[in-house]
Every structure is written in C-alpha cells, then in structure tokens.
Write a protein that binds this ligand. Structure first.
Ligand SMILES: Cc1cc2nc3c(=O)[nH]c(=O)nc-3n(C[C@H](O)[C@H](O)[C@H](O)COP(=O)(O)O)c2cc1C
Ligand code: SF4
Ligand code: SF4
Length: 398
C-alpha cells in the first residue's frame, strides 16, 4: 500500500485531501462530517471580527451553472461553475472558537488535522484572531487574503482587498507570524498580475505556505429576464478553472522548489485533479465546490481514488509525484519539432481534419487524407478533431 502521508509545513497530514474553508466547514457539525470521510484535514470556515462579513453569510446564495452558464437543475456537469455570494463564519470569534475546539478533539480521534482560517479588517485584528485561533489548538493558520466578496462591499478592507495590496499583505503576514508559533499559510487571490514575487515576499516575512488560489469575481446575466443571476456580481469558480490555478502552482514551484509549501485550491473536482495539483507542485489540495454538489462523502471517495491510482502506478509516496510535471515543463525554444502522420489503414476519410489545418498541410486525396510534410508544423489541430483513435499520430521529427 502506498503512503499518502504528507509533511506540510512540518505538520504530518495523513493524506493530501483537505476540506477547504467554506460552508462544508461552517461549524463543528459540518467539520466532523468532513473528518468522518477520511479526509486528511479540514480548514475551518474563516473566522472574522468583521460584522459585515458575518452578516453577508446570512444572505448567501449560490447556483451551480452548466457550460452555458445557465442554472443547473438536477444534472450538474463535470465542468460546472459554482457562482455564489457568501461571507465568512456566521458567529463572532468568541462563539466560533468553541466550534473549533470541539472539532479539534474529534479530529484527534480520527488523526485528522484542523487548520484555522482568519480574516480581519484591521492589522491588530489579524494578530488577535491569529492568537485566539492558535490558543484554540489548530495545527496551522490560513490567512484569507483571497475572499472575493469584500471587493463587492465598499469599505471592507479584508480578503482580496488585502491580497491585491502586496505591501499591506506582507505587513499582516509578518505581524501574525511573529505573534503565533504555528505555521501560517497565506491564501491569495488570483486577481493580480504576479504571484511569483508575492509568494517569495510572503515567505521572507514568515509564511510557511501559500494557498493558490481563492476564487474570481464574475458576472452572469439571465437572458430571459435581462437581470443578473443572484442579483449581481458573485464569486465564481469550478473545475473548469483548474488550469489557471495549476499555472500559478507551476510557477511558484519552479521559482522556489521546496523552499515554500503549496496548498492548491480552486478547481479540483476529483482524485484525477488532485493528482494534477500534486504533479504541478501542491503538497495538499483543498476542495470545496465539488463537495458542495455531491456532499461530504465526495472527499472520502477522492482519498480512495488517489490511493488506488498510486497503487496502480507504483507511486509509493506523494513526494514521488509532487512537482514532476512542473519540473518537466520546458520553454518554447526547447520543444521538439513534430509532424502529423495519417495512418491510411485507420482513416475513414471523414475529412474532419482538413477543417482544422490552417497551414495547408493536411491534404485531400482520392479516398484518404495525407500530410504535406513540408507544410506541417505539428500543431496537433488535426489530431484533436480526428474521431478515429490512431488515425493520426503526432511524431517527433528531429
Ligand atoms: C460558498 C463558498 C464559501 C467559501 N467560503 C470561504 C471562506 O470562508 N474562507 C476561505 O478562505 N475560502 C472560502 N471559499 C473558497 C474555498 O475555500 C475554495 O478555496 C474555493 O471554492 C476553490 O476551491 P474549489 O474549486 O474546490 O471550490 C468559499 C467558497 C465557496 C464556494
Ligand atoms: S499537425 Fe497541424 S499543421 Fe500538421 S497537418 Fe495537422 S493541423 Fe496541419
Ligand atoms: S479526421 Fe481522422 S479519420 Fe477523418 S479524414 Fe482525417 S485522419 Fe481520417
């Protein structure tokens, strides 16, 4: 049996599948449900001293959207969006901390890790919340610099309003890192131009890990009514967004190798995605949207799927997979030259490939297609549209 144990910021986690800070971790009841599934850990819903961010949660609304960005009813496709408005933990810290303490006791019995999450609107508030949640007994603390909703609430300086202000974010990180002794991880917004330098700065001022990344803000009109879905702009994410998240994980991994721990979130649907997050460089993967569609047990299914995959592929540890795809990524200049080749025995002459070639390379023969080699640049357009497996190969040319 492979070992799925992960060393994350010096904390041992039994597997890399973690319930993200969100409604599935809204209170002790929900957090225990996540733990029951066998997940490696949970990140409590973000605790805040901002009454506005708590009140917002009482107005939460979300819709699962299909590929046309229409509201799903019943069937939720693989590439769904979770389009929603919500806030942070409902209770003020003094009421939420007992929920966390209760969960920590339960988690210990199940060898799961409890991570706290905090968000304030003031520098001193971040420090206070950090200390309070550490005293409650969490193993790590995530600073939520990524929540998209404060952007939609003028005057509330938290979440992505902090994540977009690198200097202020670093000041908060340093202050919290100096005030607590558990490792801190910084959950960032993807709505910035550069996360590589930012990750390095965060590390320098005391962050043990970065969480890449929280969700985007979107806007979806309902064409029947002419009104926006759920009354206006909302947070948006879902499995389709995964490549954008993996791009940042890839970049941070390449820039810092093992110097900074990476938690991946925003786009993991199932264990296959979890493998992709790990191969890009993530140590742990935080899941929310798919759990909100399929329920808590979805987490356990992914733990088992990951273990089966590792078994089949012969990976003995998570570390053997971590970052391997990122480390193999190459610059354009090093990519090998390739050409398409049609296999006449398999080609059924549907001619679909002719429509996808823009280099005058795919040629129309009498009863087969063929490749004008000199023109073919090996782009692969024909390969992707060909309906017959093996009828087109893309082969290295030099
Ligand atoms: C309804 C909802 C509530 C969320 N609440 C929080 C939160 O309180 N704190 C936080 O850090 N992230 C929050 N998130 C972001 C999730 O933790 C997660 O990072 C994000 O949804 C991307 O992961 P996914 O693709 O698995 O959904 C929330 C997301 C959703 C959809
Ligand atoms: S690989 Fe690209 S250039 Fe070559 S035949 Fe196919 S579509 Fe044309
Ligand atoms: S798309 Fe495939 S099967 Fe169809 S003509 Fe081209 S090579 Fe043949």
């Amino acid at each position: 049996m492979p070992s799925m144990e992960v060393n994350f910021c010096g904390v041992s986690i039994k597997n890399p599948v973690v319930a993200a800070s969100a409604e599935p971790t809204l209170n002790a009841h929900n957090m225990k449900k996540c733990i029951d599934t066998g997940a490696g850990g949970i990140i409590a819903k973000t605790m805040t001293d901002s009454p506005a961010m708590r009140e917002l949660t009482t107005r939460s609304k979300w819709r699962f959207l299909n590929e046309r960005h229409e509201v799903c009813q019943g069937k939720v496709p693989r590439a769904f969006s979770l389009y929603g408005r919500s806030g942070l933990a409902l209770e003020p810290p003094e009421e939420f901390l007992p929920e966390i303490k209760e969960t920590i006791g339960y988690a210990a019995e199940h060898k799961a890790v409890v991570i706290g999450s905090i968000a304030s609107t003031e520098m001193q508030g971040w420090v206070e919340l950090g200390k309070q949640i550490e005293d409650a007994g969490v193993s790590l603390i995530e600073l939520n610099f990524g929540c998209p909703h404060p952007k939609l609430m003028p005057g509330v300086r938290t979440g992505m309003n902090v994540g977009q202000d690198f200097d202020y974010a670093c000041e908060i990180t340093q202050a919290v890192a100096e005030a607590v002794s558990v490792p801190i991880m910084i959950k960032v917004t993807p709505q910035v131009t550069d996360l590589i330098e930012f990750a390095g700065r965060l590390k320098k001022v005391g962050a043990a890990a970065v969480t890449l990344t929280n969700r985007f803000i979107g806007f979806v009109p309902d064409i029947e009514t002419g009104k926006p879905l759920i009354y206006g702009q909302a947070g948006v994410g879902g499995p389709w967004i995964k490549p954008l998240t993996l791009r940042w994980i890839n970049e941070v991994r390449r820039a810092y190798k093992d110097e900074i721990f990476i938690a991946g979130t925003n786009g993991a649907y199932d264990w296959r995605d979890i493998v992709q997050f790990i191969m890009s460089g993530a140590h742990i993967v935080e899941m929310c949207s798919a759990v909100m569609v399929f329920g808590y047990e979805w987490l356990g299914k992914q733990v088992r799927g990951l273990e089966k995959f590792m078994n089949e592929k012969g990976y003995e540890t998570i570390d053997q997979m971590r970052g391997i795809a990122s480390d193999a990524a190459m610059a354009y200049a090093y990519m090998p030259r390739e050409k398409a080749r049609v296999n006449p025995d398999l080609c059924n002459y549907c001619r679909r490939c002719l429509k996808a070639c823009f280099y005058q390379a795919m040629q129309d023969g009498e009863d087969e297609t063929w490749v004008q080699e000199d023109n073919c640049i090996g782009c692969g357009g024909c390969y992707s549209v060909c309906p017959v497996p093996g009828a087109i190969d893309i082969v290295i040319h030099q």
